[in-house]
Design a protein around this ligand. Structure first.
Ligand code: HEM
Length: 165
């Protein structure tokens, strides 16, 4: 099995690293754009119901799209750590792989929490409870999204160290 991953990475490493980096760009970049570009623009919509409906739709599209890249990043990350045989070739850096796995797990749990909170906000909105729905969306935008952006930066920084820089 060990040989399989090393051979596979020798042949396709370039594509795996590319997929890993592009997934990070899309996942983290998507959250940054929603937080710092889309959300402030939405704030200009005067009608609170229309504003909430649009934010709920944007969040749903972002989460469904980002989910693919969240999964892809873990798969390519596993191929990279096994293919580069970090455990044996660079044991001093191997701990960083586990830290990245832990960071990814935190991000994934936070992502699931955001997903469920958005769905709850949608149900509240459909029941006419605009106040509770707005509160849920406020929590996502003010705390949960920034937390995942920050964790993403940490994972990217550790990725650069793993590169040997
Ligand atoms: C399951 C979790 C993860 C594992 C096992 C993992 C593993 C790795 C490994 C082994 C490298 C070094 C590749 C090399 O030396 O060529 C790397 C690089 C990188 N990782 Fe991850 N990673 C994980 C999660 C993440 C996450 C969540 C992000 C960002 C959201 C991320 C972003 C990056 C980036 C941008 C690089 C490239 C750094 C560079 O080219 O200098 N990784 N990762």
């Amino acid at each position: 099995m060990r040989e399989f991953f090393i051979d596979f990475f020798t042949n396709y490493g370039r594509y795996i690293v590319f997929l890993h980096i592009i997934s990070a760009v899309i996942w983290i970049g998507g959250m940054i754009i929603v937080k710092f570009v889309v959300a402030p623009t939405m704030a200009h919509i005067q009608d609170p119901k229309l504003r909430l409906a649009k934010i709920l739709e944007i969040m749903q599209r972002l989460l469904n799209f980002a989910m693919i890249f969240m999964i892809l990043i873990a798969i390519t990350g596993a191929f990279m750590s096994l293919g580069l045989d970090f455990r044996h070739s660079l044991p001093s850096l191997y701990i960083l792989i586990h830290i990245k796995e832990a960071v990814w797990t935190l991000m994934a749990l936070n992502f699931i929490y955001i997903y469920r909170k958005r769905n709850a906000a949608q149900r509240q909105f459909l029941k006419g409870d605009v106040e509770s729905a707005t509160e849920s969306i406020f929590t996502i935008g003010s705390y949960l999204l920034p937390l995942n952006i920050l964790l993403g930066f940490v994972a990217i920084y550790f990725g650069v160290i793993l590169r040997g820089l």
